[in-house]
Design a protein around this ligand. Structure first.
Ligand code: AMP
Length: 630
């Protein structure tokens, strides 16, 4: 099929196009209206229809594939694996749903999931979907303060958690962080369901904490029917960082999400029922939501869920798992590939990867050497794709299931169905010519599956995403991009202060706020600095209250260590800056605006650019010498 006309139709006749795609999923009740645009920039898809995400992921497959593996769990951390057929997954999810019901969870309640990569985490997500409860998964690498902020915003009735995770063979306790987060939070959950893995002893809080194993026994072979919910009923909230310290709760719908995932599995990922998909992400990120849990299951595939690092027991583990489970579709991140690039390629070449069709990479820019290297090693197409937590599925990519378009190195590809991508001039808001840099935007409406709003804050949704170009009805991605004459877009970095470390989006303000809470800190600037493996690293420039603390190397090292620990304790290891450097003043304009780009340029050995507005040139000199001393 000709992709250009397929895409054009999705833009020119969105209602007809998406009504057709909607046939990919089961509905309890059909829609009265495909798209309600009466309250722009909001877009409601499949108004009046009813469905259920869990039904589409599990129940509807029972007639045809009850015995097929649905979820395969592999852990190199605890050296275990488990496989659940669709019938077994159905039973486990109903048990989890029954346990949640016993804690009082009903449709619309929020359930926060703070868990390692174990099957029960997926059961909990699917159980929430089954009940019409709204899950909010918080990545296990986040610590007490990050967790407390999310608890306060989502106000979960119940939290599902676990004693511990494991990373690189080391136990990472979860329960103490959870207890601290709940102590800090103003809105406390009524119950905490604990999945005890036996990794770390924990103290139960009387009247609040319940043991999952005991509850599971108590509910037996529970039968919990799917609750039919409206298509625009929220399925989940997933927090993501922005330019302010307060994370945004990306709210996703149910019907549009199911349709978009089903269409993306066919058009982009080419995953077919009965095949296996192995996505190396974590359920705490959007890739994990869409392409570990919901996408592959909605398509009747087997999904592989992996607890472990790319390097243990050896750097071939991803490929061993792909071989063992005959994966057809793999999805990973550029950082994971860059990590593997340092090791012997025999690990990959000796594996039988004949089942593999494509490797998809996303979450951060894919550099050309990495893309070329991995494609050569695998002898398979490597497909870059660009999207955001907000969109839930790819904005740019290659529509391999529609037409085999050639890849273009350095570009994730062309606009995916339903995305009217426009590159606009930063100030005029006019579309730029091919080859010219502009802001990557999406004209209204965002297609099904994209965020509905910011949880509990419609004004923030409109103010953040739809106000960059007030005269135009466009969603800003906050990325720079350039489009060529064939419609291939290349992403050129963020327009805001968000940084991307190993594919994880971090708000510099959030890290700055955490560092500022250290009593010795007067001022701080956190900058994203290019890193060969992780894409970017967070580097903090700190002005101490008392300059005598940093006069000698030992003093600097001590304070830097304390600051890193503060961030790790409050936000989590994921946000810990790679370096903390000290200065006595930060480079600012005369109006007090921090010159982030200039600091970043110096850190990356580039020219700091126009400095005519700089208040005190000595500040940049200090940045220079702090860098050369480090
Ligand atoms: P997140 O919501 O955490 O997935 O982060 C989304 C951001 O990551 C985007 O706005 C981009 O800045 C970046 N990003 C994601 N995928 C890609 C890609 N394939 N190429 C370049 N940047 C990407």
């Amino acid at each position: 099929m000709d992709y250009a006309s397929y895409h054009r139709r999705s833009i020119e006749q969105p209602e007809a196009f998406w009504a057709e795609q909607a046939a990919l999923i089961d509905w309890h009740r059909s829609w009265d209206q495909v798209l309600d645009g009466s309250r722009k920039p909001f877009a409601r898809w499949f108004v009046g229809a009813q469905t259920n995400l869990c039904h589409n992921a599990i129940d509807r497959h029972l007639a045809t594939r009850a015995e097929q593996p649905a979820l395969v769990w592999e852990s190199t951390e605890v050296e275990r694996s488990r496989s659940y057929s669709y019938a077994e997954l159905h039973a486990e999810v109903q048990r989890m749903a029954a346990v949640l019901q016993r804690q009082g969870v009903v449709q619309g309640d929020r359930v926060l999931i703070y868990m390692p990569m174990i099957p029960e985490a997926a059961f909990a997500m699917l159980a929430c979907a089954r009940l019409g409860a709204i899950h909010s998964v918080v990545f296990g690498g986040f610590a007490a303060l990050s967790l407390a902020t999310r608890i306060d915003d989502a106000r979960p009735k119940v939290i599902v958690s676990s004693d511990a995770g494991s990373r690189g063979g080391r136990v990472v306790p979860y329960k103490p962080l959870l207890d601290e987060a709940i102590a800090r939070a103003a809105n406390k959950p009524a119950k905490v369901v604990m999945v005890d893995r036996g990794l770390q002893a924990w103290d139960a809080v009387a009247g609040r904490d319940v043991d999952y194993a005991a509850e599971r026994d108590a509910v037996g072979a529970a039968q919990v029917p799917c609750v039919w919910v409206d298509a625009d009923h929220p399925s989940y909230i997933l927090y993501t960082s922005g330019t302010t310290g307060r994370p945004k709760g990306v709210q996703r719908d149910t019907g549009g999400y199911a349709v978009a995932l089903a269409a993306s599995m066919r058009d982009i990922f080419c995953g077919q029922a009965g095949q296996t998909m192995f996505t190396t992400s974590d359920i705490g990120w959007v890739v994990g939501h869409s392409y570990i849990v919901y996408g592959p299951l909605i398509s009747g595939m087997t999904t592989v869920m992996y607890e472990g690092t790319p390097l243990r027991p050896d750097p071939g583990i991803f490929w061993s798992l792909a071989e063992r489970h005959r994966a057809s579709v793999m999805f990973s991140s550029p950082t994971a590939v860059r990590v593997l690039k340092k090791y012997d390629t025999a690990y990959m070449r000796e594996r039988d990867l004949s089942s593999l069709q494509r490797l998809f990479l996303a979450g951060e820019p894919l550099d050309e050497p990495t893309a070329t290297w991995i494609a050569e090693q695998l002898g398979r197409p490597v497909v870059d794709n660009y999207w955001q937590t907000e969109t839930g599925w790819p904005i740019l990519g290659l529509p391999s299931g529609v037409e085999a378009l050639p890849p273009k190195l350095g570009s994730p590809g062309v606009a995916m169905p339903g995305y009217d991508v426009r590159i606009l001039h930063e100030t005029s808001g006019e579309p730029v010519a091919p080859g010219e840099k502009g802001v990557v935007t999406i004209a209204w409406p965002l297609p099904p599956g994209c965020m509905q709003t910011v949880w509990g804050d419609d004004a923030r949704y409109v103010g953040t995403y739809w106000s960059t170009f007030p005269d135009r009805q466009v969603y800003s991605t906050f990325d720079w991009g350039v489009v060529d004459a064939r419609g291939y877009v290349t992403i050129l970095g963020r327009t805001d202060d968000v940084i991307n470390v190993a594919g994880h989006r971090l708000g510099t303000r959030e890290i700055e706020e955490s560092i500022s809470s250290h009593a010795a800190v007067a001022e701080v600037a956190v900058i994203g600095v290019a890193d060969e493996v992780k894409g970017q690293n967070a580097v903090a420039f700190v002005v101490p209250r008392d300059a005598t603390r940093i006069t000698d190397a030992a003093g600097r090292e001590q304070l830097a260590g304390e600051i890193m620990q503060t961030v790790q304790t409050q936000l989590g290891a994921v946000a810990r800056p790679a370096r903390v450097l000290f200065v006595t003043l930060l480079p600012k304009t005369r109006s007090g605006k921090l010159l982030r780009r200039s600091i970043q340029a110096l850190c990356e050995g580039r020219d700091p650019g126009d400095l005519t507005t700089l208040e005190d040139p000595g500040a940049l000199e200090q940045v220079r010498s702090a860098l050369s001393a480090s």
